[in-house]
Design a protein around this ligand. Structure first.
Ligand code: ZN
Length: 148
């Protein structure tokens, strides 16, 4: 894969569908709370090789949860006005605040990756074969005929 990316709307749609935002490859979600280290199709390093990279996805998760809470709260007020059951609205808000972050967790990770790719397109280091720390880089086999 080269570094040419599709339009931003395609990148964001792929992220919301839990696919690699760069190429559309999948699966990149191993478990609900864990992504692959690299895309199986294009090799994009999903954490962009940056410590703390996913803090941005937590911000996306927080904003989405706050949006869900505000939507819930306004809907509860509109539906029940003028006799608002405040205790029920309170506990419903607590439930929204506790459940939504877990429900949207992988979506916010891939969406954050998509937003980041729109702002910072991947370069060759983002697609290079990952190397484990402490393990030397693989060496290409040499042709025995050339050493003589
Ligand atoms: Zn990919």
């Amino acid at each position: 894969m080269g570094t040419a990316l599709p339009p931003a709307r395609t990148i964001l749609a792929r992220g919301l569908r839990l696919r690699c935002p760069a190429c559309g490859g999948h699966p990149i979600v191993l478990r609900w709370f864990r992504l692959c280290s690299s895309c199986p199709s294009c090799g994009l390093h999903l954490d962009r090789d940056e410590p703390g990279y996913w803090l941005g996805s937590y911000t996306v998760n927080l904003f989405a949860t706050e949006g869900a809470f505000v939507t819930y709260f306004v809907a509860a007020l509109v539906v029940t006005w003028p006799t608002v059951p405040w205790t029920l609205v309170l506990w419903g808000g607590v439930a929204v605040g506790l459940v939504i972050p877990f429900l949207i967790f992988p979506f916010t990770k891939t969406l954050y990756l998509a937003i980041d790719l729109c702002l910072r397109p991947p370069g060759p280091p983002d697609l290079a074969t990952p190397v484990e720390r402490g393990i030397p880089k693989p060496v290409a086999p040499t042709d025995p005929r050339r050493t003589r």
